[in-house]
Design a protein. Structure first.
Length: 342
């Protein structure tokens, strides 16, 4: 097994992969993007440093042998929040009992009052996607007011049960975070718009991971209910398929038959993933698609209704008005921009 020690959890990871893994690194506007492909493995890394104490790194990698990455103890002055969206890996502190296996769709939070080496242990020949949000405990002076407040609150929240003890939390399953990571990776905007969208989504991901921990602490039971990991992956696959083509005439029976899921488990999965039923999820996607068509095309309202898989214009007007607080016709009439100069 390869074991690699890295100093700064952010920049040095990219430096190592660039120099020792034949990686190709591109940096632009605070974002790091690296790809590598050699005898040890292949994959890509994405990194983002926000203003203040927060940084983000995502691994999408497949190693040909077991591979371990660890940080240098003197530089591991961060609180780590992890999320695995594919595969599994061991996550914890090197050489300590504080470690655990994080599986697909699970969150993990790691903190120590001492300077210890963060350890990520990847399984061989397994595509693994892991995202890390790192919150620095030592905040640069220029960001001290807001940054120190956030860091201090998180450090206090995730302290060990006893003085000097490490903190490790591995949460229950949460597919919604995977949806946000997909949104992050699919941002097409550039410049300041991209920066604002990126920071916004990263803060949403951080909030969702904190919310997952709070929910687990409150419930003290497995929120995934009766669903297995395989079934949750099927629900995610169905959800993605519907999202790509919301206009298709879906039915519960056909979705269940095609994916070998019972109606009860399909609905349970959608409640966990989207907080709503399959029918309402499809309806919401169709309304969102209709809004986009009204805003970006010359289609009339009847054509929009047909394009999103609906047949009743009156029903469409009802659900559109409920969502956007105005009728489709009124919304369409206000799509001509007005510019004024002083």
């Amino acid at each position: 097994m390869n074991n690699v020690a890295i100093s700064n959890p952010m920049s040095s990871i990219f430096s190592f992969f660039e120099e020792n893994m034949n990686g190709t690194l591109n940096t632009e506007a605070g974002e790091y993007n690296l790809t590598f492909n050699n005898e040890i493995g292949k994959g890509k890394l994405k990194g983002i440093k926000l203003n203040g104490p927060i940084s983000f790194i995502e691994f999408d990698v497949t190693f040909n042998q077991d591979f371990e990455i660890s940080t240098e103890p003197k530089d591991a002055q961060s609180l780590f929040l992890g999320y695995c969206s594919q595969g599994s890996l061991r996550f914890g502190f090197e050489g300590a009992k504080t470690s655990g296996v994080v599986e697909t769709y699970q969150t993990a939070i790691l903190n120590s009052e001492e300077d210890k080496s963060l350890m990520l242990k990847f399984n061989k020949q397994t595509e693994t996607k892991i995202s890390l949000i790192m919150v620095d405990k030592v905040v640069p002076p220029m960001y001290s007011d807001q940054g120190e407040s956030l860091s201090n609150k998180l450090v206090q929240l995730f302290k060990g049960s006893e003085e000097g003890k490490d903190f490790l939390y591995i949460g229950s399953y949460n597919i919604r975070i995977a949806e946000q990571i997909e949104r992050l990776n699919n941002i097409e905007a550039e410049g300041v718009v991209r920066k604002v969208m990126t920071e916004g989504i990263l803060h949403v991901i951080l909030a969702m991971e904190l919310q997952q921990h709070a929910s687990d602490e409150h419930q003290r039971e497995h929120p995934m209910g009766s669903l297995t990991t395989r079934e949750m992956k099927l629900v995610k696959k169905i959800s993605d398929s519907i999202k790509k083509s919301p206009e298709y005439p879906y039915s519960i029976s056909s979705l269940c038959q095609e994916n070998a899921l019972s109606p009860a488990k399909l609905q349970e999965g959608f409640k966990l993933l989207h907080g709503t039923t399959v029918g309402d999820y499809i309806k919401n996607l169709r309304v969102e698609k209709a809004e986009e068509l009204i805003r970006t095309t010359d289609l009339n309202i009847s054509e929009v209704v047909y394009s999103v898989g609906l047949s009743s214009r009156s029903y469409f007007s009802k659900i559109f008005k409920k969502r956007y607080k105005c009728s489709p016709k009124n919304y369409q009439s206000h799509q001509v921009p007005v510019f004024a100069t002083a």
